[in-house]
Design a binder for this molecule. Sequence first.
Ligand code: SAH
Ligand code: SF4
Ligand code: F3S
Length: 465
Amino acid sequence: MNTGLPSEKQKFLFLKTFGCQMNENDSDRIAGLLKKMEYTVIDNPAAADIIILNTCSIRYNAQHKVYSATGRFRKLKELNKELIIGIGGCVAQQEGEGLFKKIPYIDIVFGTHSIHKLPELIDSVILRRKKAIAVEFADAIDLEDSFDYPLEGSSVKAFVTIMRGCNNFCTYCIVPYVRGREASRKSSDILAEVRRLAENGIKEVMLVGQNVNSYGNNGSDISFPSLLKAVCMVAGIERVRFMTSHPKDMSQELIEMFAAAPKLCRYIHLPIQSGSDRVLKMMRRGYTRDGYLSKIDKVKKICPDISVTTDIIVGFPGETDRDFEDTMDIIKRVEYDGIFSFNYSPRPETEASRYDGQVSDTVRRERLAFLQAFQKEVTLRKNKAMTGQVKEVLVEGKSKAGHSDELTGRTGCNRIVNFCGRRDLIGRVMPVRIEDGYSNSLKGSVVLEQKKVDGGLQKRMIYDA
Ligand code: SAH
Ligand code: SF4
Ligand code: F3S
């Protein structure tokens, strides 16, 4: 959308993203909309004409980070009265108009359903010199035209939002309040977006939503497995992932996709949250530990080398030592490849924040530390056990930590692999032999192929073939 405003001087946007994949995808859309308004994205807030924070509210700490980040921009606003500061995302949705009272020097508050309105809001601040807000919920996700965002040149993978919102109302979770009811995008729009990404060099897409495997239950035209099949058929796309799945919506048809669709990565993130039936019930998760374990068994039967990760909340109200032992028992049985674990954090409006038996900070911290120490060993052992295997790695870019000719990529099972290689490998899927495993990554080397040339053996890189 071109806002029609004159552009005399170059304008700069500083955009900071907190939270999950949905927010990252939303930020791509925000950057896209502002590029159409002739803003250039920069990493220096001090040089920006607009600062936008796309915020997360999932736990107290996530929300608090937003206030401390904004605090740092107050000085900039004092120095430059023309600077526009906008807060979007889940904290904006949660706080609404009240955010202007909490952070008086901000200009725009825009909610999770109002990204497409951002150009209007910015114009209104510039023209009327007044604060602007949009936090209404919209019913249809496809009414928003902002999925047509421009792509950054070097990216090899992208998130594609297929649905938004959540109808589950787990008793601890703020997402249904800040993202609204579930709504699925039309499959034709999703496929058009995936084709456009592929034409622009994207090799891997991750279909994202708070509850992707309930896609199809809420207004979409096809089921989630059918959507996956169609996305896998898009020419140029080499890998497909999805996140996050809810255990109760993990159908047999979806499980079978792991054997039927070669482009579908052998990786699933299936949050269990707790191993205690009593706690699962209080969380309103809609499955039991046995039900969950039987789905994991089915997945592993169909695809024995699949990598499984999970989310766990420690210290939910009323969680006893016995409940926590049940959680540790599940962790020992499943042997997850990785766990994202969190201390329970009471969130506004949620049912669990009103429950009796809030667990003390000390106990929560002790349990979390115990769980994380245990899992660290498991992840390390599993990563080390990959030594000697050759894995296909999608080369994503230069490694951040390593030396200058080190590249980084991911295996299909979602492990980070660092290895030495030429920069022109970026964007390609390469065979990499794993040489060592650490707690967060693997080290490897690109596989060399032995080839007979004029009677002698010559080593060459397999990718030169
Ligand atoms: N839709 C996904 C998860 C979304 S939020 C699902 O249903 O699994 C990501 C993770 O944050 C959750 O899986 C949960 O482990 C954690 N989380 C959510 N609310 C929380 C809270 N109030 N306190 C601590 N962790 C929380
Ligand atoms: Fe939150 Fe539960 Fe919905 Fe996940 S399924 S987003 S945890 S309410
Ligand atoms: Fe956070 Fe909102 Fe995502 S609360 S986890 S950014 S949906």
